[in-house]
Write a protein that binds this ligand. Structure first.
Ligand SMILES: Cc1cc2nc3c(=O)[nH]c(=O)nc-3n(C[C@H](O)[C@H](O)[C@H](O)COP(=O)(O)O)c2cc1C
Length: 202
């Protein structure tokens, strides 16, 4: 019986939301994302993409209005659309190059604005994103060692946590200064995606 349920569940297409943070439409980060998507089962997912360099997100100014509701900039710069896309997706992919040991400004702006769900006095995170989801980090860096790779998971986890998303895997390719060849092992990410959604405890 349970095997049947699993089989039927796998017929449903997953909705993958790609938060894309590279200015290069066909650069290293794009190639890394494509490698993952090509390794997922054909026709097993829908893809929605937000190009963060094209969104002109307003940086958080700590105006503190979000203590009384959500951010007042949301409908000015279409952060609203991004919120809706997170709500409707099953899986979040955050893809970005490393900039100055961190994230490019448009990605950082998106992350900082998620603070609205953390501080909101009406518990913005649970109200806005009631369902816990899986998220994955894909990054490329010119010369990004293991220590920096580990460090980059900290802001990612904080951002994901604001969206009620669990960082369920990461691939960071750290040597793009030396080679244009992107070599990545997606075994764990693919297994996690195929395993389905997070089982919430009662
Ligand atoms: C402004 C800037 C800052 C960067 N800082 C770093 C860095 O701190 N560490 C690193 O490993 N690579 C750094 N890089 C290199 C990029 O992360 C790397 O070239 C990446 O693969 C570019 O991806 P893309 O082709 O998708 O833009 C930097 C690049 C730029 C333009």
């Amino acid at each position: 019986m349970s095997a049947n349920i699993v089989t039927n569940a796998s017929l449903f297409k997953k909705r993958i939301l790609l938060l894309f943070g590279s200015p290069h439409h066909v650069g290293n980060t794009f190639r890394l994302v494509m490698q993952l998507l090509e390794q997922l089962e054909e026709n097993s997912f829908y893809l929605e993409q937000f190009d963060l360099f094209e969104m002109d997100l307003i940086p958080c100014t700590d105006c503190q209005n979000c203590e009384h509701g959500l951010c007042c900039y949301n409908h000015i710069d279409h952060y609203d659309d991004l919120i809706e896309a997170v709500q409707h997706s099953d899986i979040i992919l955050l893809a970005s190059p490393v900039y100055c040991a961190g994230f490019p400004a448009p990605v950082k702006a998106m992350m900082d604005r998620a603070q609205q769900f953390y501080v909101n006095q009406f518990d913005g995170r649970k109200n806005t994103f009631p369902q816990r989801k899986k998220g994955f980090l894909l990054m490329t860096g010119g010369n990004c060692g293991e220590r920096l790779q580990e460090y980059l998971t900290i802001p990612t986890k904080m951002f994901f946590d604001c969206l009620n998303v669990e960082l369920s895997g990461k691939v960071i390719v750290g040597n793009t200064d030396k080679t244009q060849k992107i070599e990545a092992d997606f075994t764990d990410i693919i297994a996690s995606i195929n395993a389905g959604p997070i089982e919430e405890e009662e």
